[in-house]
Design a binder for this molecule. Structure first.
Ligand code: ZN
Length: 479
């Protein structure tokens, strides 16, 4: 393992050594599902998707946990304004986030826990914190973390307690011992729906935002885990408070902190005030999803992405060069099978690419290597050097796959006919394989086997029509 990662806690690039050899546990703070995802929201998931893909390619077994914050002040306020139950509101936008991640080729996390599903774990943590003298009850339903009880409080972001003003709760609750204390549990406010609070030994209430991540990382990754990630804007107070809660409860918590920079427009951090123009579904109405992924995913994760039409046009130019070469090389030498692409580990990939990725995911240096192989591939195509062309297709696609951008992998792959989706292409591959088996059975006059294969397809709803041009298929009810 030669990966070196920038650890925001030590502010240094450190060799990455997993806690348990061969395995990596990552906790990534996910979305607060209060509204439609915009382009800025996609940055962290794409940056961490590249990290996960690289770790997996080096042979590590990665568990990625990305939570869904499905209860908070903003969800309650916005759903009430819309006259919609808070949970329906949260679920609607959770699905929109999932659709956006899928459209951009972000691999699904191993686990995607919701805050509301982990109240028991949060109560357990609060009990431990109160027993250890790090948390206290306010008025019925309110529980606060006592920041003065933990000498290391502020260490993640290197702030001294005396320089801090108030917690992020914004309102200085009168039952707090210190305005810098933060809420672990919040009593229902007047007018809030009864469904938005849970009974606990501390009274009815709902989670403070920070508590859920301490509880869920422990539940799915254990008391100590490898990497905690998220956007740089989450470092304080969210991550500082998560770490305080977990350390105060005696848990080891994250061993490395990895933070991605944000997306700006016109030099400003992207925010909701910019309106709908940057909502992912709107952007995808006028932009190829692969181009958006390219624009967001090919800047070093610790550098800001300036999002503009120019950024998209440049990304489109690069993406066209990659897809152009891959298409022409497939026409010339055929498609290198996906398994062969997937089998290109650090020992098979170009050493300069491996070195770049291991160097804190130095994506611009890695891309320079991809471009070198692309140029060599184009030259080989022009010279009809098929061996070199095939080798270039293999290497270019394997390297792009680490960035989530192999043009022949899901979800970018153009379908082999049909409705133009990656799912159709995958189904076509499977159905075609069964049809080939049936052809072989017929050729061997094994009619029973041929009929059984046809029945298997029929059971799955695949209708096969034999014609002079060969067998054609469609899914029942879709023709
Ligand atoms: Zn979090």
């Amino acid at each position: 393992m030669s990966l070196r990662l920038y650890d925001s806690a030590t502010r240094s690039v450190r060799p990455f050594e997993p806690l348990e050899p061969g395995k990596v546990g990552i906790y990534l703070c996910g979305a607060t599902v209060q509204g439609a995802p915009h382009v800025g929201h996609m940055r962290a998931s794409i940056a961490f998707d590249v990290l996960v893909r690289w770790l997996r390619r080096t042979g590590l077994d990665v568990t990625l946990v990305r939570n869904v914050t499905d209860i908070d002040d903003k969800i309650l306020a916005r759903s009430a304004e819309a006259g919609c139950p808070w949970w329906a509101w949260a679920y609607r936008f959770e699905q929109e986030f999932t659709a956006a991640y899928d459209a951009l080729g972000v691999q699904r996390p191993t686990y995607e826990p919701r805050a509301t599903g982990h109240v028991t774990e949060m109560v357990e943590l609060m009990e431990q914190l109160t027993e250890r003298g790090h948390a206290y009850r306010g008025t019925e339903g309110n529980v606060y973390f006592d920041v003065r009880s933990l000498p290391e409080y502020g260490s993640l972001t290197r702030q001294a307690l005396e320089n801090m003003t108030v917690s992020d709760d914004n309102d200085i609750e009168p039952d707090k011992r210190d305005p810098r204390d933060f809420a672990l549990w919040k009593a229902p406010k007047p007018g809030e729906p009864a469904t938005a609070s849970w009974p606990t030994p501390f009274g009815r209430g709902r989670p403070g935002w920070h508590l859920e991540c301490s509880a869920m990382s422990r539940r799915y990754l254990g008391e100590t885990f490898d990497i905690h990630g998220g956007g740089i804007d989450l470092r304080f107070p969210h991550h500082e408070n998560e770490q305080a809660q977990s350390h105060a409860a005696g848990l080891g918590f994250a061993r490395y902190w990895v933070h991605n920079a944000w997306v700006t427009t016109g030099g400003e951090k992207m925010s909701k005030s910019l309106g709908n123009s940057l909502v992912v579904s709107e952007v995808l109405g006028r932009t190829d999803p692969a181009v958006l992924r390219y624009a967001l995913g090919t800047v070093h994760y610790r550098s800001t992405v300036e999002f503009s039409d120019v950024t998209l046009a440049e990304a489109a130019g690069s993406w066209e060069r990659f897809t152009g070469f891959v298409t022409r090389s497939v026409e010339r030498v055929g498609e290198v099978p996906a398994e062969e692409v997937a089998a290109q580990g650090p020992a098979q990939l170009p050493p300069a690419f491996v070195e770049a990725m291991d160097d804190d995911l130095n994506i611009s240096a890695a891309l320079a290597v991809v471009h070198e192989h692309l140029r060599a591939g184009n030259t080989a195509l022009a010279e009809r050097d098929d061996v070199t062309t095939r080798g270039a297709q293999l290497q270019v696609r394997a390297m792009l796959d680490v960035l989530g951008l192999d043009p022949l992998a899901a979800p970018w792959r153009a379908a082999g006919g049909g409705d133009g989706t990656a799912e159709h292409a995958a189904l076509d591959t499977l159905v075609t394989a069964v049809l080939r088996e049936r052809d072989a059975a017929r050729a061997a006059k094994d009619w029973a086997r041929a009929d059984a294969l046809r029945d298997r397809l029929a059971e799955a709803g695949v209708v096969v029509e034999d014609s002079a041009g060969g067998a054609r298929w469609h899914v029942k009810g879709t023709d």
